[in-house]
Design a protein around this ligand. Structure first.
Ligand SMILES: Nc1ncnc2c1ncn2[C@@H]1O[C@H](COP(=O)(O)OP(=O)(O)O)[C@@H](O)[C@H]1O
Ligand SMILES: [Mg+2]
Length: 431
């Protein structure tokens, strides 16, 4: 294969081209897959651009987190500035949302929550990042929108593009080539639109917009004209998500309203608090345990990438996701059962069958499958979470400590002696 060379990098193919830069897939001299980010030719000589790009590189180098794209190196090759990033094999959330919209599908809520929680974890880390002297770096993403959230085929969630995170809003308006901000206006916070001083809560607002869109499949503030979008944002004018999605518990509207408060002081105080609020709702309304594996299956199915109908692990996760879609529950349970009967010794497959039943089928049968599973070491934590969700187990006494913590264990025993078994515990033991 013929490669074009750029310094030590062999260029493979273009991945994406934005208004100002481009991303190409390449291989470095160590044979590692790399995503090279460069500034488009037309802007190479622009000093402000170069500064901004350099700042993106610096910030990305500071950040080391599983939910943020990793930077390898930043160099100048000839006159060209090049940022080498880990290459991510997957799609961005914008592509996913477009697919969902075109096919009139919706993203299972369990996956929406997993993705949002991952983004919040990455952002919380960046917001609180300090330099080596302990001084807060004050990092704000400022441009959080679906094209800057990446989902790999193996189910990882990564935040991209801290490109304008240090730029002022004035910079952005001056810098952005004509027309480039279009369609991005609808991901700005009210304080960004008003040109006010920003802090990390601006990103929380943007997360609220993205969450609303993942839930409903529609962009929240997209209007025919940007001016209308901006007006809606500063006035807090939008439709509650539950009006557009029938399976959405009303409590999610309140959570979204908090993230989307026009006044920053009424929002979550940080991303960690936002994440905890999501967790609380998830515990109440959704079966726990959906994470990378299931996101991977979802994305691969959506983009027809490595879909293997003979892979029982894949098909079992797929069955679980089916039960999360209105009207598909019965099909999901039947598929999960068929696979579970064939692969009686696979914990993941049995667990999927159990949660399909607990969610949408015969609960007693689900408990029976769980009973066989709780002794499987690798699933202990998730199995316990599911038992808690289904009412068999009570929540740990001290919520922020793991169930297995010695103090929780002791307190749990005392509580059990006083309160006795939960109603479902009796069913569970009888199952
Ligand atoms: N490390 C990467 N690996 C694979 N694809 C990437 C990577 N970084 C970016 N991309 C793709 O390129 C697009 C634009 O990248 P981004 O860094 O957001 O540039 P821009 O500043 O032009 O918005 C992303 O939406 C994503 O699809
Ligand atoms: Mg981008």
């Amino acid at each position: 294969m013929e490669y074009r060379k750029l310094g030590r990098f062999r260029i493979d193919r273009a991945v994406a081209q934005g208004g100002m830069g481009e991303i190409v897939r390449s291989v470095d001299d160590a044979g590692r897959e790399i995503a090279l980010k460069t500034i488009l030719k037309a802007f190479q000589e622009n000093e402000t651009f170069r500064d901004l790009f350099q700042r993106e590189a610096e910030i990305t180098f500071h950040l080391e987190h599983p939910n943020i794209v990793k930077a390898y190196r930043f160099e100048s090759i000839g006159n060209q500035l090049v940022l080498a990033l880990e290459y991510l094999d997957g799609v961005n959330l914008k592509d996913v949302l477009r697919h969902i919209f075109d096919k009139k599908l919706s993203i299972p809520l369990v996956l929406v929550l997993f993705m949002m929680k991952s983004v919040l974890r990455g952002l919380d880390y960046a917001h609180k990042k300090r330099d080596k002297h302990g001084k807060p770096l004050g990092i704000i993403h400022r441009d959080l929108n679906p094209s800057n959230i990446f989902l790999t085929y193996s189910g990882e969630v990564k935040i991209l593009d801290f490109g304008i995170s240090k730029a002022t809003q004035k910079d952005i308006h001056q810098l952005t080539p004509h027309g480039e901000l279009r369609g991005k206006m609808c991901y700005l916070s009210p304080e960004q639109i008003r040109g006010r001083e920003l802090d990390h809560r601006s990103d929380i607002f943007a997360c609220g917009i993205v969450l609303w869109e993942m839930i409903t499949g529609k962009p929240l503030f997209l209007r025919e004209h940007d001016s209308e979008a901006m007006e809606a944002i500063v006035n807090g004018d939008y439709t509650p998500a539950s009006k557009l999605r029938v399976d959405l518990p009303k409590a999610f509207d309140d959570l979204l309203a908090r993230a989307l408060s026009v006044n920053p002081s009424q929002r979550f105080k940080d991303c960690a608090e936002f994440e905890r609020a999501l967790d609380t709702l998830a515990k109440k309304f959704l079966v726990p345990g959906t994470a990378e594996d299931e996101l991977s299956i979802f994305i691969r199915t959506l983009f027809k990438k490595d879909v293997d109908e003979n892979d029982p692990h894949f098909m079992s996760g797929y069955a679980w996701l089916l039960t999360q879609i209105k009207g598909q529950e019965e099909g999901g349970i039947q598929l999960a059962r068929r696979i579970a009967l064939q692969y009686a010794t696979s914990p993941y497959i049995q667990l999927n069958y159990a949660r399909c039943l607990l969610w949408a089928g015969d609960k007693i049968e689900g408990l029976r499958v769980m009973r066989r599973l709780v002794r499987v070491e690798s699933l202990e934590e998730m199995a316990q979470d599911i038992l808690e969700w289904s009412g068999v187990r009570r929540a740990p006494v001290i919520q922020f400590l793991p169930r297995s913590n010695l103090i929780n264990n002791a307190l749990g025993r005392i509580r059990h002696r006083i309160l006795g078994p939960t109603p479902f515990q009796q069913q569970f033991l009888a199952a």
